[in-house]
Design a protein around this ligand. Structure first.
Ligand SMILES: [Zn+2]
Length: 304
């Protein structure tokens, strides 16, 4: 295949001061040339001169190897997870990683020349960098992992409504507003210390995101399994304890206290009821219940 070499200015995602990494990207396979078209195109008016780099005597090269499913974020699926970057100045490893399209909350272990480092580590010379996700076959350096595993509070973006509903069905606390803008999602995430669930990788790259996950699948059932596995939730499932509408906890309530709100047949056939402590919605094991139970069992089977 034809090799291609290009010079690009790549925006530093989440960088409050708007800094840019100036790199050249050496593309070892055809097809990689399109990878940054969107980014460069969107910010062409902000592009800084890249000509300086070729004459910069301090330029150096880093070779990044993305392991396991981190390759999901790379544009080309034929690179074996390997990307080479040519840098012209001291750069944080977080910025180098994200310039490849991989959000920092997805990276659990960074090895620079086989030594574990954190996101603030600066790259100043040639280096080999290995990156591993949370669910990795690599079991090395467990004490130097960068992500928290067991989190039980989430905020889901507007495109993940069914995932949010599934997680609530399993008893998990998921803030969700279909209309929420990125800024609102980040605010709720920060204020309520929630992990951000979104398929928008650029949102996940925002500097204030501490915990987050990008579901790989577009299917809500599979996304639910992914989230349960990523955050070690399989032993924390408490079905039918949270309101599917508003996320507030449900409370058992005596039939006599809600009987006036029930339909005639419901009054006759059902004895046990739960009421939402937030919106007042009443729940009972009606005809819809068995469908929800089947969905729940299917999820549990996949997680066991
Ligand atoms: Zn409710």
């Amino acid at each position: 295949m034809a090799a291609r070499v290009g010079k690009l200015s790549i925006p530093v995602a989440g960088s409050a001061d708007g800094r840019w990494i100036v790199t050249t990207e050496k593309m070892s396979r055809s097809g990689r040339g399109d990878s940054w078209v969107g980014l460069v195109g969107q910010h062409s008016s902000m592009r800084t001169p890249t000509q300086k780099l070729s004459s910069d005597v301090n330029a150096f090269t880093v070779r990044l190897k993305f392991h396991d499913d981190l390759t999901f974020f790379l544009k080309s699926k034929t690179t074996d997870g390997i990307i080479e970057r040519h840098l012209g100045e001291k750069t944080s490893v977080k910025d180098v990683i994200e310039s490849c399209g991989v959000p920092h909350p997805e990276v659990d272990l960074i090895l620079v020349n086989c030594k574990p480092v954190d996101f603030s580590h600066s790259i100043v010379k040639d280096a080999d960098i290995d990156l591993y996700p949370v669910r990795s076959r690599c079991l090395l350096f467990q004490e130097r992992r960068l992500q928290v595993r067991s989190l039980m509070r989430f905020v889901a973006d507007g495109h993940l409504g069914t995932l949010a509903r599934n997680l609530r069905l399993l008893g998990f606390d998921v803030a969700y507003d279909r209309q929420a803008q990125d800024r609102q999602l980040l605010r709720v995430m920060e204020r309520e210390d929630r992990a951000l669930l979104t398929r928008d990788r650029h949102l996940l790259m925002h500097a204030i995101v501490r915990h987050g996950y990008c579901p790989r699948s577009q299917n809500a059932h599979d996304q639910t399994i992914e989230v349960i596995r990523r955050f070690d939730l399989s032993h924390s499932i408490t079905p039918f304890t949270r309101c599917l509408r508003c996320n507030a906890p449900l409370q058992k309530v005596a039939k006599s206290k809600v009987i006036e709100k029930l339909e005639p047949l419901t009054k006759v056939y059902y004895k046990e009821f739960r009421r939402c402590t937030g919106c007042g919605q009443i729940y009972w094991a009606g005809s819809h219940f068995s469908k929800l139970q089947r969905r729940l069992e299917k999820i549990r089977e996949c997680c066991s």
